[in-house]
Design a protein around this ligand. Structure first.
Ligand code: 5GP
Length: 175
């Protein structure tokens, strides 16, 4: 159990399940991109731990860059997607894998995908650690999903509540 400010969180996905699943996703990416050299575009802040773990299991040549967006305030989506920090390099002609922590309404990843597609990458895939299918408001084509979860607020392993709670080895859910 973990209490942050006014909220209590309880264990949801333990460290073993999480790491095993991330390893499986990496193996799948190693297969799918065996003749390629993908560019991982990590959506900050929440995806940094997932991306790091995933990348340590990639055996293909790959590079990484970061984009920072924010659409959330506390535990409810504002529905406003904002690019805070842009890409350091163009993705034109690259095999891009967008790395997200969690897809909820899908608005963030839709917006980021559009921005990247505008730069004409060779291909664009999406990998997310968590996905809430019941919360989805726009169609998104996700190639790699760690876990599909119910529509509840989770923290840990990079995900925050009011910027706290990112530093856990497991995923916890609002009690
Ligand atoms: P979307 O645009 O798909 O609604 O939301 C995506 C972003 O909202 C994620 O990258 C994440 O920052 C935040 N988010 C969505 N659901 C949750 C959740 O259950 N917990 C936390 N901590 N953040 C969430």
């Amino acid at each position: 159990m973990l209490t942050i400010k006014d909220k209590t969180f309880v264990p949801f996905i333990d460290e073993n399940r999480l790491k095993n699943r991330i390893f499986q996703l990496a193996e799948q990416i190693n297969q799918d991109y065996r003749d390629k050299e993908p560019l991982l575009v990590v959506v900050l802040n929440g995806a940094f731990i997932f991306a790091a773990e995933l990348m340590t299991h990639l055996t293909i040549p790959c590079r990484v860059t970061f984009i920072r967006v924010s659409s959330y305030q506390q535990t409810a989506s504002t529905g406003v997607v904002r690019e805070v920090l842009g890409l350091g390099e163009p993705v034109t002609g690259q095999d891009v894998i967008l790395i997200e922590d969690i897809i909820d309404t899908g608005l963030t990843i839709q917006d980021v995908s559009r921005q990247l597609t505008g730069q004409q990458p060779a291909s664009l895939a999406i990998a997310t650690m968590l996905f809430k299918p019941d919360a989805l408001k726009v169609p998104v084509n996700i190639q790699y999903v760690g876990f599909e979860i119910e529509n509840r607020f989770v923290i840990g392993y990079g995900l925050d509540y009011d910027e706290l709670g990112r530093n856990t080895k497991e995923i916890l859910v609002l009690a």
